[in-house]
Design a binder for this molecule. Structure first.
Ligand code: UDP
Length: 340
């Protein structure tokens, strides 16, 4: 089985790469290394079934050439992270819309099946008890850059669905709810690596707003196998599936849990949204998935408890020395020096 992973050097992509290699696939990673990095693949690099194409999904020729001959494609490459999107809305729109169109066309050409990775952001401000795949989307103004990601991903999903219905493309869509785990970087604002890093360095934990907004964090190691099972399941084509965690936690409670698990004595500090992001920033107060559709079709269960997730994130930060802010002498610097 030949699998192409766009964004395969990113946080989730690198875990997916490891999983597919373990299943025996030949894996081709297409990544522009903008938010991904070769060091994420350090354990997979020696595997002869892995190859890496350094290129952008905006480069149509590269996308076509890379996907030609693929059996299945996992499309993860995207401009991600609320902070990055607020700062660079244009790149978010271009990469997430034009890049996805290139991937869709290449999959049709190659007759490959496709897993399109989307996001819970598309539900916007809907605070329903449990968001099902058919829940309404409640988005703020498109002139607020926070919503450009949700807008772009919504268009991606509509494109994928139209390719399925008009071109017969076998495509399944997953909507990820705050997937976390080792190797996720805090550089683009994600809360778990940010707060765990702060706790381990003895810095104040920055909780934005009043901290009562809630999320359901899911472990990358639970989500990735479900993604593979979905792309192998014909009943999944033309459909979307929520993949998320079972425990709803407020961000201030998350901060306390991180302090407990890491044994850190850092204080918690509250930071206003306008200071953290930009004036007029709108957050989601609550985001709780109903993942019964993925459970029913492929047995998806978010089995890893939050404290265990925090423990693994902290352990990886300490052993990979990413806490050193990736200075000289770290594993990543050594890899980059080798041109990997
Ligand atoms: N957040 C926080 N401190 C941080 C980073 C994020 O309090 O250092 C908050 C953020 O405002 C949001 C929640 O944590 O309410 C989850 O943020 P993240 O960017 O991880 O994911 P998303 O907003 O996409 O759910």
């Amino acid at each position: 089985m030949r699998s192409v992973i766009t964004g395969g050097a990113g946080f989730i992509g690198s875990h997916l790469t490891e999983h597919l290699l373990a299943l025996g696939d030949e894996v081709v990673v297409l990544d522009d290394m903008s938010t991904g990095a070769p060091r994420n693949l350090i354990d997979s690099l020696p595997n002869p079934r892995l190859s890496i194409v350094h290129g952008s999904i905006l480069d149509r020729d590269t996308v076509m050439a890379t996907i030609a001959g693929a059996d299945r494609v996992f499309h993860l490459a995207a401009a991600v992270g609320v902070k990055l999107i607020v700062e660079q809305p244009l790149s978010s729109l271009r990469t997430n819309i034009h890049g996805t169109e290139n991937v869709l066309d290449a999959c049709v050409e190659a007759r490959a099946t496709l897993l399109l990775v989307s996001t819970s952001e598309i539900y916007g401000k809907n605070t329903a008890d449990r968001l099902t795949e058919d829940s309404d989307r409640i988005l703020g103004s498109p002139l607020k850059s926070r919503w450009t990601y949700a807008a772009a991903k919504g268009i991606d999903e509509a494109f994928a669905h139209a390719y399925w219905s008009e071109y017969g493309l076998d495509v399944a869509i997953v909507r990820l709810f705050n997937t976390v785990g080792p190797r996720q970087t805090g550089r683009y604002g994600m809360v778990v690596p940010n707060l765990v890093g702060q706790a381990l360095r003895g810095e104040p934990l920055t909780v934005y707003g009043d901290g009562n907004q809630t999320r359901c964090f899911s472990y990358v190691g639970d989500v990735v196998p479900a993604m593979v099972r979905l792309v192998e399941e014909p009943a999944a084509y033309g459909e979307a599936f929520n993949l998320g965690g079972a425990e709803e936690v407020s961000i201030v409670n998350l901060a306390h849990r991180i302090l407990d698990v890491t044994g850190s004595r850092s204080p918690i500090t509250f930071v206003s949204y306008s200071e953290a992001y930009a004036a007029g920033f709108e957050d989601m107060r609550r985001r709780v998935p109903d993942f019964s559709r993925a459970y029913a079709l492929v047995g998806f269960v978010p089995a890893t408890p939050l404290d265990e997730i925090i423990r693994r994130v902290a352990e990886e930060m300490l052993t990979s020395r990413s806490l050193d802010h990736e200075g000289p002498g770290t594993r990543s610097a050594a890899l980059d020096a080798r041109g990997a």
